[in-house]
Design a protein. Sequence first.
Length: 429
Amino acid sequence: MKRALFFWFSLLLAGSELLAQTQLVSYGSGWRYLDNGTDQGTAWRSLSFNDAAWKTGNGLFGYGKSDVVTTVGFGSNSKKKYITTYFRKIISLSELSNIVYFSAGVLRDDGIVVYVNGVEVYRNKMPVGSITYLTKASNADDNGDVTQTFTINTTAFVSGDNVIAVEIHQNNASTPDMAFDLQLAALADQTPPAVVSMLRQSPATQSTNASTVTFRAAFSEKIRGIDHSDFTLTTVSGTAGGTLLSGAVAAVGTDSVVYDVTVSNVQGDGTLRLDVNGSGTGITDTIGNAIAAGFNNGATYIVDRTAPLVQSILRQSPATQITSDSTIKFRITFSESVTGVDRNDFILTLVDGTAAGVLRHTAVMAVDTTGVIYDITVNAVQGNGTLRLDLNGSGTGIADVVGPGWHPIAMEVCLYVGATHLIQPGARR
């Protein structure tokens, strides 16, 4: 009797995995059986065996019990009943890829051996070793009213037709009763993969001026079908942007769980985040469950690709252009907070005359904690003429501040021409 049963009736949680249970064989279903006491050897266990001459009936099978649906024969002598009764059932499975395992339950009195496609998958109350049609059950301490459960590995089954073969053995030839019925269910993985995290990979720091950044995406299980089109680069703030090229996604290791996603052509200033699209991706787990949701709560990069600029170099002290002071001070203002400013970044230029001065190692001092404004003091001013403070066009160590660490961005300036002090003769103060 051939049955193809796929009836979804429940969902189970196994750990964190959602399993859908498909009832393949129910108690009370139909079987072919042989109750004539003959030796069937081993051929009867295989799918190719011809059981057309066997009887058919529905469970519960047996005798000597009030709930028996199909009474099986035991021979003409009640004191010498047949030891073994055989049962066969063919089921058809259309899809095995998402099956985690099979769960079975049997009612048996006395002993039982179960085969799937000719391979033994379960025995209960039977001795170890080879089983023949005269092998007696090891004991008869219950009458088959209690369900015995067991699991079957998915490798026992194939896509298409499968045969379940069962032999029931009596503990002795004068036994008063016998019972058999079986149920079988397939437990399928219905848990979709999910994004576990989206972290910064390279650079590891949040703030960066890099033109290429890499995010690392981790999933809850092995996945497939992932590519750059499954992601969206989101500008959280500012004008920062970048490009996800076709080869942007690369697996980390061989477990297909962690992937690096590289963003190229990073430009602008602002905050960037890499999101997994909420729909339209090709991401599935290895058995075909599609990812159910996107992810937009990952780590971010704060991008600063704009180099600092000098906004002005002005007279600070004295404020007047004409002076006879031996110490003068210039004030430089940058477009943003910078570091690495020292006397070697400046040159004191004689515009005309013979005036001169000295930039000592303590010449540069930040005006406040912002790192935007610095005062540069010129000492030992002498002579007559015009002095100007300029910022060198190259070779400075000046960089802007990007986040918690210093990330240098080259000054995009040529020689910066500052304000002048006109040094005139007179009493030096």
